[in-house]
Design a protein around this ligand. Sequence first.
Ligand SMILES: Cc1cc2nc3c(=O)[nH]c(=O)nc-3n(C[C@H](O)[C@H](O)[C@H](O)COP(=O)(O)OP(=O)(O)OC[C@H]3O[C@@H](n4cnc5c(N)ncnc54)[C@H](O)[C@@H]3O)c2cc1C
Ligand SMILES: CC(C)CC(=O)C(=O)O
Length: 534
Amino acid sequence: MSDQTQSTVSRRGFLRAVGVSGGAGAMLATMGAMGLAPSAAASVTPAFRAPERSDFTLTGRSGASVVVLGGGIAGLTTAYELGKAGYHCTILEARHRVGGRNLTIRGGDVETDLDGHTQRAGFSDGVYFNAGPGRIAQWMVTMDYCRELGVPIEVFTNQNADAWIYNESAGMTEPIRYRTAKADVYGYVSELLAKATDQGALDARLTTEDRDRLLSFLQSFGAIGGRTSDWAYTGTNRRGFSAYPGAGNEVGTLLGTPPALSDVFASNVGRYFSFEFGYDQAMLMFQPVGGMDQIPRALAKAVGGHRIRLNAEVTGVTDRGSQVEVTYRQGGRQSQITADYCVAALPPHLMARVPHNLGAGVTAALADFPVTAAGKIGLEYRSRWWETDQRIYGGITETDLDLSHIWYPSYGFHGKRGLVVGYYNTGANARAYSGLTPEQRRERAVSQGAKIHGDKYRSELVTSYSHAWDRTRYLEGAWTSPRYGTAGYNLLLQPAGRVYFAGDWLSHEVAWQHGAFVAARSAVSSLHQRVMAG
Ligand SMILES: Cc1cc2nc3c(=O)[nH]c(=O)nc-3n(C[C@H](O)[C@H](O)[C@H](O)COP(=O)(O)OP(=O)(O)OC[C@H]3O[C@@H](n4cnc5c(N)ncnc54)[C@H](O)[C@@H]3O)c2cc1C
Ligand SMILES: CC(C)CC(=O)C(=O)O
């Protein structure tokens, strides 16, 4: 999904979550962001409460049997929650490990993709690479599962004033720090708006009181001069220093004067600023200590290893009326399992290919989820030069290169080695990388990243591992774009006979584990209600 779509959806989602709709909500959010007087807002604003802890329990117990297809977050959660209520669940997972897209790569891990490229990760002890999910927002139910399952968490730095922005297509030859880019963009935008306001251009929209409040807000927001200096932006220490202030009379050396207004806008650095406003990407964000796969590992432990069959590829689903029969291939042999119910938690485009007797409408609906490609590379370095030489401790560098984003680790600060995510891209950029060999991907990522970070980006590199989600067997994509509101989407929210569906693709939080958790809860609730009704 595009950044624009993402942020539009994000804002709408936020307002809906706090029970504010339409123009009033937008106005209040804008006023809040501007720090304007809340007097009018207070009378119409419901309390802006954070979502409370969201633990889940089914009321009543059952000994019914359930076969769960897929051991990703949704499949594991299904078995975990039903298991708490007494059900007998068996998970069939095609891969050699649970977790699905929640995949953490460590030294010694071996993965072969659909093109036959085999990679054995050579990462050092203690170094890991989250090839799929990397961050969790505070409000997400994922946090509740971490708490309930005893998975320790730590802050994931999703935004860093000292990380870089690099827009090669705008003619930049040097990266610029986020803090510098922000100071200049906010400064010039504030200057323009203050001038327009003061010259009366907005009088139809503003009362005299509004105008004064807006001008006062802009002065502090953009660090601009006052009326006597025509609200000019001339730079500020928010841009940073080339030599930071020190002892005695060392006042420091400011990072020069800002480029001209027109050059700042031409550099297009401002396109990245809205990211951190997203309700799903705003700091603080979190990650499990030791790797994202601590979540599926903990779920699998709670479910019980004896209930999980790995390397078990589902090959058929037949609803027999009073039971469901599932065939699967494991160790070169076809096997069969029969249960009272089935929860299918496979990616929809793959479930569509599994032979079944649930009807052509179900197949058509499952096949109607457009799939997005995404890819990441983990680059292990023998030194943490981004911390020692560039003073970047976590966070993300944004670029218009085809590598898109570079992530610095949010763990192991000041350690000996560390892992940088050298690209995290989607769509056409991801497909361009997934069509390469792992060696070619690494070369492309390193030669691009070196434009921003210099020679050490290559010379300090020890080893790498890249993951192409569209070329990953049993997943064949990073996430889908559901066609919400269509008959097909709604059909899959209902059981097809004794078969229920679950996965992030049946939620409004696609591409987030939160979506997989809540979709599993929904399927489980619906199944349990039916069982309890007898
Ligand atoms: C690059 C990337 C970045 C992401 N970033 C984040 C993030 O920062 N934070 C976040 O919370 N989420 C993130 N996500 C999304 C998150 O990974 C998913 O929402 C979540 O893991 C989906 O879980 P699921 O159980 O619905 O599906 P899946 O993980 O797709 O599980 C489906 C399972 O079915 C199995 N399967 C497939 N075919 C068969 C078969 N025939 N028989 C048996 N089993 C089969 C698969 O092996 C898999 O285990 C990201 C995803 C990607 C790819
Ligand atoms: C497209 C994003 C929403 C995927 C994701 O969950 C993430 O990288 O944070």
